[in-house]
Write a new protein. Sequence first.
Length: 284
Amino acid sequence: MTGRWWKAFLGLLALIVALGACSGGGVDSAEPDQSQAPADQGGAESAAAGDDGANREVITTAHASLVVADPSAAADEVVTRAEDAGGYVEQRHESTDEEGEFLSAAVTARIPADALAGVLDALEEVGEVRSLDQQEEDVTQAARDLDARITALETSVDRLLEIMADAEDTSTLLEAESTLSERQADLEALRSEREHLSDQVAMSTLRVDLEARDQASVDPGGFLGGIQSGWNALLFFLDGLLLTAGALLPWLVVLGIPALAVFWLLRRRRRKRAGAAPREVSAT
């Protein structure tokens, strides 16, 4: 009996070991390979990022301030450089003094986006650049939204045209025509908006302010500079004094009238007391 139980025990143990080995192998083979998925996902993300970077739509604007000897001649030079770069002038303004001398000028030009950097670098040859500001606005998402809406409306218009062609009764035809008119109007508005956005992206806006160099400036360290500084300080003091007086005047009116009334009543009471005192002395 002991030998039979021992053989049965060994057989059961072997069966358990075999089942454990089979189940372990099944789990290993069933597990998915995780090593390749992140690499593929990263590659897809990098490809999408590269595509977004290549197809970005950006509106660029720039503003420069220059000090020049002759604002009018400098404005002519800015116009020439803008036109040579393939752009055009939108606005030009010049101001003169009473003697006809040019004091300042301003030029607003539209320049191809890829040529803007060269024009900005060339401004140093026009005059002394005091300030230069350049801003960029990414409108890629707005452009894609417009493109999607335009595509959807174009599909809707084509479908309405098919419905009108296959219409068998007047009511269906009239309803399709009314809807078609609305969709075509919306489509034209979106196309116009998209063209304007594309123009803003393709042509950057540059504004250049040109100011005449002051030839008769006063040396701040000399005698005349001291007089000018003192005069400016006096004007500043008087301006502050007038400002303070104007701020206190309403308070003086509001508080001064009650104060005067109280002062008058106290003074009147004192006079009455002073007049009553001699009469009391004479009665005794």
